[in-house]
Write a protein that binds this ligand. Structure first.
Ligand SMILES: [Zn+2]
Length: 64
């Protein structure tokens, strides 16, 4: 018996069927799988580029 399940592709949201012989599951196609991976990669890239922290905490002792 073949196990089939209705799922939605995480990338495009298209309804598709989970089939044991679909090697791109849970994506509907290789394309959507690659898009998802690309998204993840670009997100990392963006975060790394935006990480500009100004740590200019002049913590001088102002005891009078
Ligand atoms: Zn898709």
């Amino acid at each position: 018996m073949v196990q089939k399940k209705d799922i939605a592709c995480p990338t495009c949201g298209k309804k598709n069927t989970w089939m044991p012989d679909n090697r791109f599951r849970p994506f509907c196609s290789e394309r959507c799988k690659l898009i998802d991976l690309g998204d993840w990669a670009s997100e990392k890239h963006r975060v790394a580029g935006e990480l500009v922290k100004s740590e200019e905490d002049s913590d001088e002792d102002d005891h009078v």
